[in-house]
Design a protein around this ligand. Structure first.
Ligand code: GTP
Ligand code: MG
Length: 210
C-alpha cells in the first residue's frame, strides 16, 4: 500500500469551530474527521499528527470538545508536493453522565455533518484499545459506514498495554467490527507516535489518490 514517499503534516492551524453547517469553513479542500467516545483521545491524536501539542485542547475530563473544530493543515508529500486538507475534531459520544439531550445533540451534529460536508473523504473512528467495542461504538460505526465514506478504526492508547496485548486487542476490535482485511484496526499511541506513519499513508490514499 505504501506510496514509498515521505509524508508529514505541516503548517497546522486552528481554523473554525462550528455547531451548524453554515459555520463550516468555506472552500473545497478535503477533510478527515475524528469520531469516538468522550476521552478516547481524538484531540490528542490530532496533536500527535500535527506534532503540535497545544493545537486541540485535551483534558482528562470527558466532554472537553463540544463543537466541530476544523484545523487547516498541509500534507507534505516527498520534497515537492503540498496538499491542503482539514482535520476535523468532533465532540465525543457515549459519555455516561450526559443525558438524552446531549446524545440527541451528538446525533444531530453528526448527521448534519455527514450529509452536508461533501468534502469529507475519511472518517477515523477511535476506540480505546483496552476495551472491546461498546454498543454505542458499533451503532456509530454502522451509521457512519452507511454514509459510504471510508471508516478507519483506530485503537488508541496503545502505550497503556504490552505489545502482545496490542496485537490481541487489535484482533478483537477488528473482529468486533467485522472489518475487512484491508481496513483492520490501527493501533495508535499519541505520546509515542505509534501508528502515525501508517495513518498519514491512509490519509494520503483516501484524500489525494482516489
Ligand atoms: P473529548 O473531547 O472529551 O471527547 O475527549 P478526546 O477524545 O478528545 O480525548 P483527549 O484527547 O482530550 O484525551 C483524553 C485523555 O486521554 C487525556 O488525559 C489524554 O492525555 C489521554 N490520552 C489520549 N491519547 C492517549 C494515548 O495515546 N496514550 C495515553 N497514555 N494517554 C492518552
Ligand atoms: Mg476532544
Amino acid at each position: 500500500m505504501s506510496a514509498g514517499v515521505l509524508l508529514d503534516v505541516i503548517n497546522a492551524k486552528y481554523c473554525a469551530s462550528a455547531v451548524r453547517a453554515d459555520q463550516y469553513p468555506p472552500g473545497d479542500v478535503p477533510e478527515v474527521a475524528f469520531i469516538g467516545r468522550s476521552n478516547v483521545g481524538k484531540s490528542s491524536l490530532i496533536n500527535s499528527l500535527t506534532r503540535h501539542g497545544g493545537l486541540a485542547r485535551i483534558s482528562s475530563t470527558p466532554g472537553k470538545t463540544q463543537t466541530l473544530n476544523f484545523y487547516a493543515v498541509s500534507l507534505k508529500v516527498g520534497e515537492t508536493q503540498r496538499s491542503d486538507f482539514f482535520l476535523v475534531d468532533l465532540p465525543g459520544y457515549g459519555y455516561a453522565k450526559v443525558g438524552q439531550q446531549a446524545r440527541q445533540q451528538w446525533s444531530r451534529f453528526i448527521d448534519e455533518y455527514l450529509t452536508k460536508s461533501s468534502r469529507l473523504k475519511l472518517i477515523c473512528q477511535l476506540i480505546d484499545i483496552r476495551h472491546p467495542p461498546m454498543d454505542s461504538d458499533l451503532l456509530a460505526f454502522h451509521r457512519l459506514s452507511e454514509s459510504g465514506i471510508p471508516v478507519q478504526v483506530i485503537a488508541t492508547k496503545a502505550d497503556k498495554i504490552t505489545r502482545m496485548a496490542v496485537i490481541k486487542q487489535s484482533g478483537i476490535l477488528s473482529a468486533g467490527f467485522a472489518l475487512p482485511p484491508e481496513r483492520r484496526a490501527l493501533a495508535y499511541s499519541a505520546p509515542k507516535s505509534t501508528g502515525r506513519d501508517v495513518l498519514l499513508e491512509i490519509i494520503y490514499q483516501n484524500l489525494f489518490k482516489s
